[in-house]
Design a binder for this molecule. Structure first.
Ligand SMILES: [Zn+2]
Length: 849
């Protein structure tokens, strides 16, 4: 055992956590973690010799051409980035009920997971995916064209790509308005980034940048498209089917694995083998015919004084001894001072890469772990710091420090000593989290949205994919007289008995988290209602008082309640009786915990899926209050959960008793006891048991039941190619689901059959009930239907033919069958009053004349 290991140091430091600063884009030290050993070292050495970079621009998570990213990042070892204008907040979630901001957090992490596989870096603008839109007009009106353009310019100036690749053409053939906008803004930003008169406020941090060439990555999904692409002049062809023996895969195969991280979109993708052609057409800059980088110097010679560096690093690559990579270190150390002397952002970046390569060549393990993943302001976290030299190269550790978010050193220990082969050197530090430290809400969600963009005021945070780690450990090491500093995030490391060793980010949490059981409290009648608030302790001995704050006209009994929580993790549910005003009213209800002389009104929501690191969000402890008269004759509801939605909770708000129907229930239970059975979104795609028991459900309808089928989608790729007719048999009479949607949430709705029971009973529906909707009217409307169906409503986007397939209603036997493509799964959880009244009529349809 080494002397160092025996001498355990204890260090108490005050961690100055300044959330506002940030020191530049992170070097993706973890980006290659799915490679290891010799391939990782070989690629790192190769990359040191390549000074080219490429940035791809599109609109959403999943728009990117993952195979091209893998080709440039892993194959050509270029610095490669993907700028997605949005985080994909407006899509549909196929793995859970999360929508909006929460879905954006999931998709952000899915993109980061994909990038760890294909080796590219990830960036975003402040734009929010507000849902499907057909036009750039709506897109620019909602985002603010200049705001998003400035973000694209910013990322270009910061990333400094040689080549920019647009995924879309900027014309209506791209489909989605966001897709078109991404190319329009990409073209504009290509020029604007080089113009010092555009967005001059950014020049405090970055210099103007002129990328050499702008490409459009022409669509080639079909043979037809490929033929069209090949007819274009100045076309670069890239075969991403090329096999890379170091990686043991082709780029298209890597793309399949990377793309399959988009689980919330259900984009599991095949790992394609054989040739895979991609086409890049020059839009701006010198036309290219053979290679995207032709005529662009991507060697060290592009930097003043770089030539000598190039020679040394080429020798390092050539002489690498697979059994003894540490033998390469002297050459790396020879190049290091030459690189350090070059005053250029690219050289600075290469220096960081070189230092990480030194670590790779010595099998160096550097790690910093906290004793818990959640800490409250004012508490102390124990941090264990560990370094192991797993080579015979004589590395010496000379110290380490802890860095707060602004990069400032918040504590350090200086220890000099050799690191013996494979001998862990461990230190312990303890850090005080200052009282008043903000909770770890993702930086883009700290303020309310500014329309359809995130309100991020710190210029340096714009473009970042994720919040930087709360704390970093910085290790200072001596390689043959050269001092090198390497950074690692402080994280929580734990072992899950079923999944093995895992890590998760360390977060700052409130002392008590206050959460309403539901985001909306609906009062369909004048009577008071019980509302539950959970108080959860994030530290020991929490005692206080919880008070409800209500708008005028609303009352809570009692006005406040005491709570007492002994242990961390203890939770107490407090129930209040809330009485609404007599008339229709809306407002917000807030819960405030008074504890230790402080007021806390913050909740805590965890997002946990196996393919992404656990995420924690800190929403306000508030709920929407909605007083609206809703008559309802149904009470017992069976619900067949599909891909995941919050409609069952919403039906609970109406006073329904909701049973989630299992496969066994569908096959065996007596369904006759249900007043209505509702299928969740995309249920026919994800519940084979639903398809299997279709006949039983239709018999239930025939015998007097009411069945409501929410939107489903005929499967197919993101760019079409659905299997038509596959959902033709989900009703008692045939109908066909198309891809029609109404994306404008204010789109007028026409009452085609004003006397249809769904529009008159028990609630009389008027245009008012279609006010205040969010995001869209509906999606995947029915296209054709049997004459037994009635279609009482019609709605359409501006300038388009109205669609009548939003609700189909048919009497069948003694019961009623309803198909509905309106977006109830968005409107009900958002507390849209009209949506509740119409849905109540659908549930009550069995009692209607
Ligand atoms: Zn898209």
């Amino acid at each position: 055992m080494s002397i160092l290991r025996a001498r355990f140091l204890r260090l108490y430091v005050v961690l100055l956590i300044l959330l506002n600063g940030y020191q530049g884009f992170m070097v993706p030290a973890l980006a290659q973690r799915n490679l290891s050993g010799m391939p990782e070292i070989e690629l790192a050495l190769h990359k040191l010799n390549v000074l080219g970079s490429v940035l791809m621009i599109a609109a959403h998570p999943d728009d990117e051409n993952t195979a091209l990213l893998a080709y440039y990042a892993r194959g050509r070892t270029m610095r490669t980035g993907y700028l997605s204008l949005t985080r994909g907040e407006g899509g549909q979630n196929l793995i859970g009920p999360e929508q909006g901001d929460m879905l954006g957090v999931i998709r952000t992490q899915e993109l980061l997971a994909a990038r760890r596989i294909d080796g590219a870096e990830q960036f975003f603008t402040r734009a929010i995916d507000f849902g499907y839109t057909k036009t750039t007009d709506e897109t620019f009106a909602k985002w603010g064209r200049e705001r998003v353009l400035s973000d694209v310019v910013w990322v270009i100036r910061k990333f400094r790509p040689d080549v920019v690749i647009l995924r879309f053409s900027g014309t209506p053939r791209d489909g989605h308005g966001h897709h078109q906008a991404s190319a329009i803004l990409g073209k504009e930003a290509f020029a604007a980034a080089a113009d010092k008169n555009r967005f001059p406020e950014q020049l405090r941090y970055v210099r103007p940048w002129q990328a050499k060439r702008l490409f459009w990555n022409v669509f080639s999904f079909t043979a037809e498209q490929e033929k069209e692409a090949k007819a274009l002049p100045h076309l670069v062809e890239v075969d991403t089917g090329e096999f890379n023996p170091i990686l043991g895969k082709s780029y298209a195969e890597i793309a399949g694995i990377s793309r399959s991280q988009h689980r919330s979109q259900g984009f599991g993708a095949a790992e394609r083998r054989g040739p895979a052609n991609n086409f890049l057409a020059t839009i701006s800059g010198e036309p290219a015919d053979r290679d995207a980088f032709e005529g662009i110097d991507t060697t060290w010679s592009r930097l003043p004084g770089g030539e000598a560096v190039g020679h040394i690093l080429a020798e390092a690559e050539r002489t690498l001894a697979p059994e003894q990579p540490e033998k390469t270190i002297p050459l790396l150390l020879k190049a290091r001072p030459l690189i350090a002397a070059i005053d250029d952002p690219l050289a600075k970046r290469k220096l960081e890469e070189l230092d990480e390569t030194l670590a790779l060549c010595t099998g160096l393990w550097l790690d910093a772990t906290a004793d818990r993943y959640a800490a409250v302001p004012g508490s102390t976290v124990k941090i264990e710091i560990e370094a192991i030299n797993r080579s015979h190269y004589p590395v010496r550790q000379t110290g380490y420090g802890l860095l707060g978010l602004n990069g400032a050193k918040v504590g350090e220990v200086w220890i000099a000593g050799p690191m013996a082969y494979n001998e862990p050197v461990r230190r312990e530090a303890a850090g005080l989290i200052p009282p008043g430290t903000p909770y770890s809400q993702p930086f883009w969600l700290r303020k309310p949205h500014a329309g359809d963009t995130y309100d991020i005021t710190e210029q340096e945070q714009i473009g970042l994919a994720d919040s930087p780690p709360l704390l970093n450990a910085e290790f200072e090491l001596d390689f043959g007289g050269t001092r090198v500093r390497l950074k690692r995030p402080v994280q929580y490391r734990y072992v899950d008995p079923t999944q093995g060793e895992l890590t998760r980010p360390v977060v700052i949490v409130p002392a008590v988290a206050v959460d309403f059981s539901e985001p909306v409290a609906l009062f369909p009648k004048e009577s008071p209602k019980k509302i539950e608030v959970a108080v959860k302790a994030n530290t020991t001995d929490m005692a206080g008082e919880l008070r409800l704050e209500l708008p005028q006209g609303w009352r809570a009994v009692p006005a406040s309640q005491p709570f007492r929580l002994a242990q961390t993790g203890d939770e107490q549910a407090l129930t209040f009786s809330v009485a609404p005003p007599r008339e229709d009213a809306q407002g917000r209800l807030r819960a405030v915990a008074h504890v230790d002389g402080k007021e806390i009104s913050t909740g805590m929501t965890a997002i946990a899926f196996p393919h992404i690191p656990p995420q924690t969000l800190f929403p306000d402890a508030s709920a929407k209050l909605e007083r609206v008269n809703v008559a309802l004759t149904a009470h017992k509801i069976g619900y067949v959960m599909g891909a995941g939605d919050q409609v069952p909770d919403a039906l609970g708000q109406l006073g329904c008793e909701v049973t989630l129907l299992s496969a066994r229930d569908l096959a065996e239970a007596d369904l006759a006891g249900f007043d209505a059975i509702v299928t969740g979104v995309r249920a026919y795609s994800v519940r084979p048991d639903l398809r299997a028991n279709q006949q039983r459900l239709l018999e239930y309808v025939q015998n007097g039941g009411t069945m409501i089928v929410q939107y489903n989608v005929a499967e197919g790729g993101p760019f079409g190619g659905r299997r038509t007719g596959e959902l033709a048999h989900i009703g008692p009479y045939p109908f066909e689901i198309g891809r029609g949607r109404v994306t404008v949430e204010e789109a007028p709705v026409r009452f085609v059959e004003p006397d249809n029971p769904l529009l008159v009973s028990p609630n009389h529906i008027s245009e008012r009930d279609f006010e205040g909707w969010i995001q869209e009217r509906g999606l995947y409307f029915a296209e054709k239907w049997d004459p037994h169906y009635h279609a009482p409503l019609e709605t359409g986007d501006p300038g388009e033919k109205p669609l009548a397939g939003g609700i189909l209603y048919a009497r069948y036997g003694r019961g009623v069958y309803i198909f509905t493509a309106f977006s109830w799964f968005r409107e009900l959880p958002a507390g849209v009053p009209g949506a509740y009244r119409i849905f109540a009529n659908m549930l009550s349809a069995h009692g209607a004349p």
